[in-house]
Design a protein around this ligand. Structure first.
Ligand SMILES: Cc1cc2nc3c(=O)[nH]c(=O)nc-3n(C[C@H](O)[C@H](O)[C@H](O)COP(=O)(O)OP(=O)(O)OC[C@H]3O[C@@H](n4cnc5c(N)ncnc54)[C@H](O)[C@@H]3O)c2cc1C
Length: 469
């Protein structure tokens, strides 16, 4: 029996797509990669995932797990593999307010979990621009970060338990709801960040946190990036560590935003040397209650902290959101970053992590190196500054793959030399395989290969991704 027929017998013919019916599953968000799967399967339960994986393994066909398809490293590309879409496994199995956790299926979209948690006065703190499409399974598989890592950590830190279907079809039940469990190797961490190369995540236990009673959001103009970390430290001290997001937008990003989206209002009359979006949560419920003048103690706290910094010259200007619409507009400026970056071609994108106190050094040191390599290059930086993660993009002077490689090489050399990583939050996929080969510790690569062979001896789980040949 052909694989598609066998799959149809297990999950229903309507959930096995081939030919033109696969069209909605083929576009790559970046527009950079093309894919040609044999078929798309859409199981709706763990049992059905087991059946699909077993059938594909028996036929020797690779399995590529897919979530919201918002990944930007080409990790879903295949020629002749089975795209296993988790979209129908989208249920929230349980919300446990007292235990502050949610038991969710892998295809659950992040914003669905945000909304469900809110009904219980809780918050699922994984937050980034693609939250309306990205899934729990995809976020776990890329160990996604986003804007709130500063306060709540990345996806790995939010995961308590995991259910995984292994390459041979066995179901690995690691769905503990425990905060402490030292019973041997913590196997869930193998699958988090593995980009589907070790198994299919079918469900997870995710931590929830108390819903902040309110947030205060501001856009700040600074004289330079060098002052930003001091400002963050002062805001943390003033709010008892309640800063939730601290995002950097470089002048080149603000210019590119103005060019690409002239409809978006710029925050200040002229573009500042350093623009920061900061969001602070109410440290106590009282801080969120509006007084007679309509202002909340939280707003006053932020205003006072910022006024002191304006007075001593740290800040040039500041705009505090006075309404939900203003807060949304501030976030829109930041969250358009991926769209802005990918709109202009050719571009060379990187996603690097540095120790917090080396970010400014990196951005200063890279400019002359880049200019020496390609005098026509225009760099653009945007950063989750609170956790040292820079999306450093270069618009090169000419469209030349060899030049792109050289640009990536000088960026990575500088990053690694400063104690950083060439991959912060987007994963490896296909796009960073050369960097893995060049930069990853050889012993670490050997261990990864040994793990891969132990769990997937036939190399059928999303082959060719993460680990260089
Ligand atoms: C506008 C925009 C903004 C973004 N902002 C951020 C950001 O701030 N921070 C950040 O970290 N990322 C960001 N991303 C990248 C992307 O959204 C994340 O990588 C996201 O976690 C991917 O989720 P997904 O469901 O779309 O996964 P997909 O793109 O479908 O898959 C990504 C990888 O995970 C694997 N996978 C998916 N589901 C499973 C599963 N159930 N089991 C095993 N493997 C699986 C796939 O095989 C693939 O390797 C952004 C992307 C866009 C388009």
């Amino acid at each position: 029996m052909a694989l598609t027929e066998e799959l149809a017998a297990h999950i229903g013919a309507a959930n096995v797509l081939s030919g033109a019916a696969m069209a909605p599953y083929l576009p790559d968000w970046t527009g950079h990669y093309t894919t040609a799967p044999l078929a798309v399967a859409r199981p709706c339960s763990t049992k059905e995932v087991v059946a699909c994986v077993r059938a594909a393994a028996a036929a020797g066909i690779p399995v590529i797990p897919a979530g919201g398809r918002t990944g930007i490293t080409g990790a879903l590309m295949t020629t002749g593999g089975l795209l296993l879409s988790l979209e129908r496994m989208n249920r929230i199995r349980a919300l446990k307010p007292d235990a502050r956790l949610a038991v969710v299926e892998a295809g659950c979209i992040l914003s669905t979990l945000h909304d469900a948690a809110e009904t219980q006065g809780l918050y699922f703190p994984l937050w980034f621009g693609a939250r309306g499409s990205a899934t729990i399974g995809g976020a776990l598989s890329t160990n996604a970060g986003g804007s709130n890592v500063l306060r709540y950590g990345s996806t790995r830190g939010l995961c308590l338990g995991l259910e995984v279907v292994l390459a041979d079809g066995r179901m690995l039940d690691l769905m503990g709801e425990l905060h402490k469990d030292n019973s041997g190797y913590d196997l869930k961490h193998l699958f988090i960040g593995a980009e589907g190369t070790l198994g299919v995540i079918t469900a997870a236990v995710m931590r929830l946190v108390a819903q902040p009673a309110a947030q205060a959001t501001a856009t700040l103009a600074l004289r330079g990036l060098g002052d930003a970390l001091g400002l963050l430290r002062r805001l943390q001290a003033a709010t008892g560590g309640a800063v939730e997001a601290f995002e950097y937008m470089s002048p080149s990003y603000m210019r590119e935003l103005a060019r690409h989206r002239p409809d978006i209002r710029q925050p200040f009359d002229s573009i500042a040397p350093c623009t920061i979006l900061v969001e602070v949560a109410a440290p106590t419920p009282e801080a969120a209650e509006a007084h007679g003048d309509g202002r909340r103690p939280l707003d006053r706290l932020l205003e006072e902290a910022l006024a002191a910094m304006l007075a001593d010259g740290t800040l040039i200007d500041a705009e505090i959101a006075g309404s939900v619409a203003q807060r949304r507009a501030m976030w829109q400026r930041r969250e358009l970053a991926a769209e802005v970056m990918f709109a202009r071609k050719p571009h060379i994108d990187t996603d690097v992590a540095l120790p917090l106190d080396r970010v400014a050094d990196f951005l200063t040191a890279i400019e002359p190196r880049l200019a020496a390599l390609d005098p026509g290059a225009e760099p653009m930086a945007i950063a989750h500054l609170g956790d040292g993660n820079i999306h450093f993009t270069v618009y090169p002077g000419r469209d030349d793959p060899a030049l792109a490689d050289d640009v990536i090489e000088i960026v990575e050399e500088l990053v690694v030399g400063m104690g950083g990583s060439f991959s912060a939050e987007h994963g490896i996929g296909l796009s960073k395989l050369p960097s893995m080969a060049r930069r990853k510790n050889p012993a670490a690569l050997d261990v990864m290969r040994a793990v891969k062979v132990a769990l997937d001896p036939g190399n059928l789980m999303n082959p060719g991704k993460v680990i260089p040949a």
